[in-house]
Write a protein that binds this ligand. Structure first.
Ligand SMILES: [Mn+2]
Length: 325
């Protein structure tokens, strides 16, 4: 049904070989990571194995707020020595954050969908960068293990899919197979409306006010192709850092007619700013970020820089001038 690769037989052998598993994911988990960890753990338990989802956290994102209690952040030596490790949604022990030292020396398998994924620490890997969410690989694996997805697993898998695809907004005309998976999950009991509310509801009033303050400072440059906005120290002092909602902010700014790239400059301390860069199709903001000492992807990059918003805005404008003039 799904178009991505089948799980390699080495991974099925790895799962058959061991009885006890630790299921790890990347630090600062997102919906996809949590989905992969909890669903894989649940499916392995239903195969009669033990499986412990491990997370160093922090659990910052809204869509995963309710799941922290299902993870453990402490692994005893006893458990560690009798278990195998599966890392999901990233490709190295290093990315698991504070837990990395306790994973060293364990037998490892990796399940990941990142283009940068190179399974440096593992003997077994299932890496497919054509999958828009790692949960699709977990889904294929569970099918290959002949475990019938239950309602709770279906809901979690749907959450992971929705999280990594921007609730399907990032998918294109080649995505029919993904919607087949989505339909299968809904048939198994996933509720898209509930997942949408988990992902997009429950925002604080201050988070909306902070968005308002930043949006009021939005400027247009190069005939509207570049949009720059900024968050001042007084904003974060007034509304709190926890009120930041970057995803929504970027989405609102990128929706402006004629926009090709956006920059959001935040005064983090009196001496330092961070700059978030996003673009629509053609503009490569990773080049802008690299020129200013940062990095990232073509359509999403960032950096931090010493200085005040005003001088950093001038530097950002100078770099974009090379693109737009
Ligand atoms: Mn992912």
């Amino acid at each position: 049904m799904f178009i991505a690769s089948e799980p390699p037989s080495a991974l099925l052998d790895f799962i058959n070989k061991y009885n006890n598993f630790l299921i790890a994911g990347h630090t600062e988990p997102d919906g996809d990571c949590v989905s992969c960890q909890l669903v894989l753990s649940s499916a392995l338990r239903r195969l009669g194995k033990t499986a412990i989802p491990c997370q160093a956290g922090p659990f910052k994102r809204r869509e995963i707020a309710g799941f922290e209690s299902q993870f453990t952040a402490e692994i005893s030596n006893d458990i560690r020595q009798n278990a195998a490790l599966i890392i999901v949604d990233c490709s190295s022990i290093e990315r698991t954050g504070a837990l990395k030292d306790c994973f060293k020396g364990m037998p490892v398998a990796v399940i990941d969908h990142h283009a940068t994924g190179k399974a440096i620490d593992s003997e077994v890997s299932y890496i497919d960068s054509s999958a828009p969410a790692a949960m699709l690989l977990v889904y294929s694996l569970i099918k290959a293990l002949n475990v019938k997805i239950n309602e709770a697993e279906a809901q979690l898998l749907f959450l992971g899919l929705a999280a990594d695809t921007g609730f399907f907004r990032h998918l294109d005309e080649g995505s029919a197979g993904i919607f087949d998976v989505a339909a299968d999950l809904v048939r198994a009991g996933a509720n898209p409306k509930t997942v949408f509310n988990i992902m997009n509801g429950g925002k604080s009033l201050n988070s909306r006010r902070l968005l308002g303050a930043i949006l009021c400072r939005t400027e247009s440059h190069f005939e509207g192709k570049l949009i720059i906005s900024s968050e001042e120290r007084s904003d974060s002092e007034r509304y709190g850092l926890e009120s930041r909602d970057s995803d929504t902010l970027y989405q609102l700014l990128l929706a402006i007619e004629g926009v090709e790239a956006i920059a959001v400059i935040r005064q983090e301390t009196d001496e330092k700013c961070t700059i978030g860069l996003r673009s629509r199709d053609s503009v490569d903001v990773s080049l802008i970020a690299a020129a200013l000492g940062g990095g990232g992807h073509k359509n999403a990059s960032g950096l931090s820089a010493k200085g005040q918003i005003k001088e950093i805005r001038a530097k950002v404008l100078a770099e974009f001038k090379k693109v737009f003039l």
